[in-house]
Ligand binder design. Structure first.
Ligand code: HEC
Length: 199
């Protein structure tokens, strides 16, 4: 007999927890009551700082830059760590090493750079916008990021000197190692989950 009221109680308790969660989610989403008494609603301007472009260019913000503007950005903001010739220093080497990643010649060690490794040009915008310069990430305007991307691509001889990089041209740049990534051919090493097999 004792079990029945208990069960009713837990069912009611569970239902009210669910209701409370639904209610608090609605309030938080509307931004009317600051639930924990700190923080603020992210505005349009703040959200615009977060980019996450896809390889096909979707998600890239508007903007544009050419090689000479990019050279100026590079000299002022990047050279101290990545070197006058993009050869690296405190920061990574950015160009060169093309074709070295797949050789078996021990005399030619792999040199991993934007030029030799990255399969998609849009990663330049994504990475530089969010992570560089190392000490002040997020400080560059979209135009500056497009410009410095144009400069790096031209120094790597992937894009021409007169190239203009913007939200529609960047994804069209074909990176040298675009075909260097292959799907893993070993299903025996990474079997699909059991639930997927029995369907
Ligand atoms: C204070 C030093 C510093 C400055 C200034 C700096 N970087 Fe970097 N950069 C680094 C370091 C260190 C890394 C490696 C970070 C890591 O692996 O997590 C890096 C990585 C990178 C990479 C990725 C390289 C790869 O192959 O993975 C790119 C691209 C890059 N930086 C571009 C830039 C650009 C463009 C600027 C100027 C706008 C800049 N960096 C300014 C230190 C710096």
């Amino acid at each position: 007999m004792g079990a029945f009221p208990m069960r009713t109680f837990s069912a009611n308790a569970a239902a009210s927890v669910v209701m409370a969660l639904v209610a608090s989610t609605v309030i938080a989403a509307e931004g009317t009551t600051p639930r924990y008494g700190f923080g603020s609603k992210a505005g349009v301007e703040e959200l615009a700082k977060f980019v996450s472009p896809l390889p096909d260019g979707r998600g890239l913000p508007r903007g544009s830059g050419n090689v000479s503007a990019g050279k100026a950005v590079y000299t002022a903001q990047c050279l101290s760590c990545h070197g006058a010739n993009l050869e690296g220093g405190m920061g990574d080497r950015l160009i060169g090493g093309r074709g070295t990643l797949a050789t078996k010649d021990p005399a030619k060690p792999p040199v991993k750079t934007v030029e030799s490794y990255w399969p998609y040009a849009t990663t330049l915008f994504d990475y530089i916008k969010r992570a560089m310069p190392l000490t002040t990430p997020g400080s560059l305007s979209n135009d500056d990021v497009y410009a410095v991307s144009a400069f790096i691509l031209s120094q790597a001889k992937i894009a021409r000197e007169d190239t203009v990089i913007n939200e529609s041209t960047l994804a069209k740049i074909q990176m040298p190692n675009h075909d260097g990534f292959i799907p893993d051919p070993r299903p025996e090493r990474f079997p699909p989950p059991k639930s997927a097999i029995n369907k």
